[in-house]
Design a protein around this ligand. Structure first.
Ligand SMILES: O=P(O)(O)OC[C@@]1(O)O[C@H](CO)[C@@H](O)[C@@H]1O
Ligand SMILES: [Mn+2]
Length: 430
């Protein structure tokens, strides 16, 4: 199959260009500013003096920012993380393929953006005392605390819905679609697209659903629900995206799936280190459950308690795999992460959250808008899957002819402002 070219900042008309030219330098500057502004608070968290390590992280991020802005080439990582050699082999292969080392305004956007976040991690890995520090921690925590009101709304609705579907199973389809849409739109709360600026959900997520309905460009909800109800599903996987309200929406969806008897175990996949500003690490996940337990609200505190039990009784299983923070797209998982691929093959359905997962499912290639979603997966069929994504990059497939022009006429930034979403399923398995 002739593949289209990858999205790249070499194309000034793609969103890759303003991302690499403006947004990534802003994200790097914000790290340096945040660490400097909160240096006393950070130092108070450690017994030993971390002044030198703080300076080192700030210096590395500032140097990286200059490399991006002056289009320097990617260089091998020099830390000792267990994925370092994989990243350096990827760089070597890309250098041979391109005939010169990848650089910010020449090479594939997906690789360069992932590489930036791995270089940020390198600056922390090289520390001794601050080795586990999360440079995005403050932003993710604020995103959660700014979203307590909608969190209470959604969790109260979940508590009420659980009661109603117990009494009347006919309500399951409508409730399923509601929590699926809350999960979709939870993806608007992403600190990468906002360049780290506040992007929390502050209004009721339920009130906005009707208004946003026309903005769902592809909606395979019925197909997904029929699939889940057509067999005795054991395992459903959710590949998580952002912390904050999006994580709450994912956990509410996960709880609903269990309450509705649509499966018996949920696997939740988090990131191995801080990634794309707001992506969920295990530390974020645990912190979020602990914070939910401190909120004085009947639904929130009861689910916080129940969810901690779920992690203990394995009806929820939180997993972390390095593959999710490698530069590979998902058509390469079977080759480079066979154990993960084989595990996902045991799933009855995999839900992928967010734009970066969508980009990695499709290889971040410049597919025509009318391309078939199934074809664009290029052999990645471990299990039936569904991606819930608000559009924040130029790649989007599965549209009927002419639909892109219609939407563009309504909203010229439809591909990148997060206001339009897809619920796209592929039930094919290899
Ligand atoms: O995966 P998410 O959190 O929905 O989105 C992350 C993300 O918006 O950051 C990039 C821009 O920097 C986007 O292309 C990318 O998809
Ligand atoms: Mn994200």
């Amino acid at each position: 199959m002739d593949l289209p070219p990858p999205l790249s900042a070499a194309d000034k008309n793609s969103f890759a260009y303003p991302t690499i030219k403006e947004r990534l330098p802003v994200i790097l500057a914000k790290i340096a500013d945040t660490l400097y502004r909160t240096r006393d608070k950070i130092k108070s968290q450690y017994q030993e003096d971390v002044s030198e390590e703080l300076k080192s992280i700030i210096g590395s991020c500032s140097k990286l920012r200059n490399e991006v802005q002056t289009n320097k080439v990617a260089v091998p990582l020099q830390d000792s993380r267990n994925d370092t050699q994989v990243w350096n082999r990827y760089l070597q292969a890309a250098t041979e393929r391109e005939g010169s080392p990848p650089s910010w305004f020449k090479s594939a956007w997906l690789y360069m953006e992932c590489y930036m976040y791995r270089r940020i991690q390198e600056s922390v890995e090289k520390c001794n005392i601050m080795k586990e520090f999360d440079v995005f921690g403050e932003q993710k925590e604020k995103s959660f605390t700014d979203s307590v009101y909608p969190t209470e709304i959604v969790m109260m609705h979940l508590l009420e819905t659980q009661q109603k579907i117990k009494e009347n199973a006919e309500l399951v389809p409508e409730a399923f679609k509601l929590f699926l849409k809350v999960c979709l739109w939870g993806n608007k709360c992403d600190l990468s697209i906002s360049g780290g600026e506040d992007n929390a959900q502050t209004s009721s997520p339920l009130e906005q659903l009707d208004k946003l309905e026309p903005n769902i460009l592809i909606n395979d909800s019925d197909e997904v629900l029929n699939h889940l109800r057509s067999r005795k599903c054991e395992r459903i996987d959710i590949v998580l995206d952002n912390a904050g309200f999006e994580l709450i929406s994912d956990l509410c969806f996960a709880e609903f799936l269990l309450s509705a008897g649509l499966c018996s175990t949920i696997y939740l996949h988090a990131k191995a280190f801080p990634w794309f500003v707001s992506d969920v690490t295990k530390k974020d996940f645990d912190w979020t459950l602990q914070m939910l337990g401190q909120i004085n609200h009947i639904a929130v505190s009861s689910f916080a308690q129940l969810w901690k039990e779920r992690l203990n009784n394995n009806t929820w299983i939180l997993q972390v795999d390095d593959f999710w923070t490698l530069p590979y797209d998902y058509s390469q998982m079977e080759t480079y992460a066979p154990d993960l691929y084989q595990s996902l093959q045991k799933s009855d359905m995999i839900f992928f959250k967010g734009d970066l997962n969508y980009r990695k499912l499709l290889g971040d290639l410049k597919w025509p808008f009318t391309s078939s979603f199934e074809t664009c997966l290029r052999g990645f069929y471990p299990a039936p899957l569904c991606v819930l994504r608000t559009s924040k990059s130029d790649v989007l497939v599965g549209l009927p002819e002419g639909r892109d022009e219609e939407v563009m006429a309504q909203d010229k930034d439809w591909l990148v402002n997060g206001n339009w979403g897809v619920i796209n399923a592929c039930l094919k398995t290899k």
